[in-house]
Design a protein around this ligand. Sequence first.
Ligand SMILES: [Zn+2]
Length: 241
Amino acid sequence: VRHVVATGSAVASIAASALPLSLPASGMAGGGPPAAGIRETQAIYPPGARPTLPRLAPLGQVFDTYIVAEGPDGLYIVDQHAAHERVLYERLLAAHRRGGVSEQLLAMPVPVELTPADAARVTAHRDHLASLGFDLEAFGARTVLIRAIPAQAAGAAPDALVQRAVAALGEEGDHDDAVERLAIATACHTAIRAGDRLGPDAITALLADLAATEDPFTCFHGRPTMVAAGRHELERWFLRG
Ligand SMILES: [Zn+2]
């Protein structure tokens, strides 16, 4: 696997395009797009279709950033941050829809310094924040006391998480999508990062969690969570058949 990824010609073809896994394959065997290498899987599904991820057997991790796995139809390379982000984001919003994002209460309230504008947003968006599990209390013009954060984010440093989430409220967008922006910021901040070494159990769990999402193939930043190469692509790389 490392060879495939590191070889110059393979790298060139990986960059080229995307591959139609699990579809009756217009692109796999002629007739479709001129696929030369690993494809972004997102391109293959008709809009509105619920894409499903086949069962993947993990093979390992590359650069502590990508998970390499075998599927019934090909080789998959998963971006661990983008994948985990997708999982956390959907869980947060699903819990929000049910009205039940669990809070992680902090043993001691943690103070965090914000810009005056962000501190004002904490008050303006109090309900949005609370509905995602953030229990925050204004404490002076720039300081906010953190009493609870979303349970999904329990591993994150509360102060950095709150700074990031509240800053996301200041981005362009409607009041209506405040919850969405908070969920995105929380998921991005909390997710496994590039460079995190993962053990076999963590890799297996992440792939299973990703497969259970509504859209396993894209992250909310619009990037793919994975690329894949079908058996035919592999054969083409090695000039077989
Ligand atoms: Zn991110």
